[in-house]
Design a binder for this molecule. Structure first.
Ligand SMILES: CC(C)=CCC/C(C)=C/CC/C(C)=C/CC/C(C)=C/COP(=O)(O)OP(=O)(O)O
Length: 412
């Protein structure tokens, strides 16, 4: 069982599988923060974020992405996701107008709870160190406030992912995800359920983080529960946004954009979104065989058909020329998303660039490894060896020293 879940699941809760989320409803809090709650609410109202914390809207906003009553959509997934980008960018701009520079504020003093809060952040750091070693190493260059905020977000994402991918996944129902979303709303309202939520509550009160990407990540988990095929790339793009693009949007308000950057806020968020999509597409291409053994195919069905391939070919795991041609196109697309992301990394605040470059350079290399495996992603797992990682890290460091562009946005 993953460490992240062990921390929040007591033995009796594990026994019935759903107890962990069941207890969310009971509201048996570990983290008493009535003072913290008021401060968070005031903070969000100051930022114009009151709408998000309106109890009346709980669960009415499943996702910013909506369909017509007949289920048809008039916009592409990309256009719809861009609305979330604009919303997050607007939130940051409002914050920037009210402060000279986007820097973390000092801790909110919570007498009696300060020790607990710092313990909560420490635990988040331990999870990050355990599961995201390279990225965690890179975060050591960030300011302590930013580093621990990134940890808190990472832990929430990991716990969310564990709900559908972890040891209790078979007990997870849409209702359980609704309760998890309920708990998320509580986090943003300053009513954290446990210590790890407490760290996130503190983070979202200190940085201009929008709740929508968090809600959308839960929506991605719902999608994973009900769907195992993707008709076309538009559908797959939406899934990738939900489960990974959201992470990019959550991270930039913490990482901060360099004060000297001339790029527009939207373009930097777009690049962050692109990195999430690129990572997820890479993850999908690496795990084709593993996913197929779970009955899942995260590849556009129309493109498979155009290449003369079907699910049967994937379940049979045949590396044919048709498969190689298909894979080349998929890899090419993933690389284009990495290219879009690269333009934005340089615009981040200096200390945040290294962890992002390191993870970008390393994840991108997985695509090279799939090629080196002659596109056999059915029975061979593409991975980047330790020695290749060691070579890549100084390159990432050198890239992180490049300052933002001096001219008005080169980014689209
Ligand atoms: C580019 C700019 C401007 C900012 C960077 C913004 C960030 C941090 C984007 C990164 C988004 C991200 C890390 C998305 C998660 C993608 C992903 C597929 C993670 C895979 O997680 P695991 O499943 O743990 O991976 P492994 O299976 O490879 O261990």
């Amino acid at each position: 069982m993953s460490v992240a879940l062990l921390w929040v699941v007591s033995p009796c809760e594990v026994s019935n599988g759903t107890g962990f989320l069941e207890s969310v409803r009971e509201g048996n809090r570990l983290f008493d923060s009535s003072r913290h709650r008021n401060l968070v609410c005031n903070e969000r109202l100051k930022r114009g974020g009151g709408k998000q914390t309106d109890n009346g809207r709980k669960f009415s906003v499943r996702s910013a992405i909506v369909a017509t009553p007949s289920g048809e959509r008039t916009m592409t997934s990309e256009q719809m996701v861009y609305d979330v980008v604009l919303r997050q960018a607007a939130l940051v701009k409002r914050q920037l107008r009210s402060t000279d520079e986007l820097e973390a504020k000092p801790d909110i003093p919570i007498p009696g709870n300060l020790g607990l809060l710092s313990e909560a952040y420490d635990r988040c750091g331990e999870v990050c160190a355990e599961y995201a070693k390279t990225f965690n190493l890179g975060t050591m260059l960030m300011t302590p406030e930013r580093r621990r905020a990134i940890w808190a977000i990472y832990v929430w994402c990991r716990r969310t992912d564990e709900l559908v991918d972890g040891p209790n996944a078979s007990y997870i129902t849409p209702a359980a995800l609704d309760r998890w979303e309920n708990r998320l709303e509580d986090v943003f309202n300053g009513r954290p359920f446990d210590m790890l939520d407490g760290a996130l509550s503190d983070t979202v009160s200190n940085f201009p983080v929008d709740i929508q990407p968090f809600r959308d990540m839960i929506e991605g988990m719902r999608m994973d529960l009900r769907k195992s095929r993707y008709k076309n790339f538009d559908e797959l793009y939406l899934y990738c946004y939900y489960v990974a693009g959201t992470v990019g949007l959550m991270s930039v308000p913490i990482m901060g954009i360099a004060p000297e950057s001339k790029a527009t806020t939207e373009s930097v968020y777009n690049a962050a979104l692109a990195l999430g999509i690129a990572n997820q597409l890479t993850n999908i291409l690496r795990d084709v065989g593993e996913d197929a053994r779970r009955g899942r195919v995260y590849l556009p069905q129309d493109e498979l058909a155009q290449a003369g391939l079907s699910d049967e070919d994937i379940f049979a795991g045949r590396v044919t020329d048709k498969w190689r041609i298909f894979m080349k196109k998929q890899i090419h697309r993933a690389r284009k998303f990495f290219d879009d992301a690269e333009k934005g990394v340089t615009e981040l605040s200096a200390a945040s660039r290294f962890p992002v470059w390191a993870s970008l350079v390393l994840y991108c290399k997985i695509l090279d490894e799939i090629e080196a495996n002659d596109y056999n992603n059915f029975t061979r797992r593409a991975y980047v060896s330790k020695s290749k990682k060691l070579i890549a890290l100084p390159i990432a460091y050198a890239k992180s020293l490049v300052p933002p562009t001096r001219t008005i946005s080169l980014l689209s």
